[in-house]
Ligand binder design. Structure first.
Ligand code: SAM
Length: 292
């Protein structure tokens, strides 16, 4: 691995966090940076124009989103190499966290261009800070796959995860995702649904997965808006069992199901019959899902 040192003649790429709802949630340094740079790269210039107008900032905005990131990066990197100071922002929150910018940052660093964080809001950290779940260690999982089969498979791979897990979810998939989480993690696993943080309809629903589901059924408005799901990790005694099921799944890619269950049982000590039953249930669910 080569260590790149900064070239003092280059400009600087500022990665600037912006509000996730409440426009007051922006730092003095972020505002100064956005005012002073030559140009701002924004995910959706219409969204960011509202923020800039609110603060009377007239810096030119250029579009920079997932579809043009690769093509556009070369031009911006050349400007940075020639000494330009450029800010990168997304529609809301911290750039790169499920938002565009990774390629630009990586390539800037590879070219010895200075990259500076101007930190601030992120829905992920805001949710964790109020969720009332353990936060000393956590696993950020972003969005789960949209289709049922891959989503369930991803959740199964996380069934033994001992750290708190953070997911982003779209409102129209919330019910299906919670139903899958209940199947895989169990109805009693504790979680928090953090919705519309910093906005007018901000709510936090704490409880077991089953309790949160019941609250959503009782009040359909709670299914709307932007949301982050914080799910507690697997309790200690469940972890081995869930790891064993995941192991049986992996082994079944190479062995017949009975042998996969036997091998996972020998490696973990979890009874073979129990593994076989859970593992075949998961397979049945998957094939039902493919047929529906
Ligand atoms: N980079 C952003 C950040 O750091 O917050 C996240 C971008 S991601 C594309 C957008 C997702 O973040 C939304 O679909 C939602 O899951 C979550 N999100 C954004 N704003 C939120 C808010 N005010 N309350 C709850 N979740 C929010």
């Amino acid at each position: 691995m080569s260590i790149k040192t900064e070239n003092p003649r280059t400009g600087c790429l500022y990665v600037v966090a912006t509000p996730i709802g409440n426009l007051e949630d922006i730092s003095a340094r972020a505002l100064r940076t956005l005012r002073e740079v030559e140009l701002i790269l924004a995910e959706d210039t219409r969204v960011s124009a509202r923020l800039l107008a609110h603060y009377g900032i007239a810096t030119p905005l250029h579009s920079f989103h997932d579809y043009n990131e690769r093509a556009a990066a070369a031009g911006w990197l050349a400007r940075l190499r020639d000494g330009a100071r450029i800010a990168l922002i997304s529609d809301a929150g911290t750039p790169l966290i499920n938002d565009p910018g990774f390629l630009l940052v990586r390539e800037a660093l590879a070219r010895g261009i200075r990259v500076m964080a101007v930190p601030g809001p992120s829905a992920v950290i805001a949710a964790l800070s109020v969720a009332g779940v353990p936060v000393d260690r956590f696993a950020y999982e972003g969005f789960l796959p949209a289709a049922g089969g891959p989503r369930q498979a991803r959740l199964r791979a996380l069934a033994g995860e001992p750290r708190t897990m953070i997911f982003l979810e779209a409102p129209h998939r919330l019910r299906a995702t919670l139903a899958d989480m209940r199947d895989v993690f169990g109805a009693a696993r504790r979680m928090t649904l953090a919705r519309e943080l910093t906005k007018k309809h901000e709510t936090l629903l704490h409880g077991t997965i089953a309790e949160v589901q019941a609250r959503l059924e009782a009040d359909p408005k709670q299914n709307l808006g932007e949301m982050v799901l914080c799910v507690e990790g697997a309790p200690g005694e469940k972890i081995e069992r869930e790891r064993a099921v995941a192991m049986a799944h992996t082994l079944a890619k190479y062995l017949p199901p009975g042998q996969a269950a036997a091998a996972a049982s020998a490696l973990t000590g979890v009874p073979r019959r129990e593994l076989y039953a859970q593992f075949t249930k998961a397979r049945r669910d998957e094939s039902n899902d493919e047929m529906s």
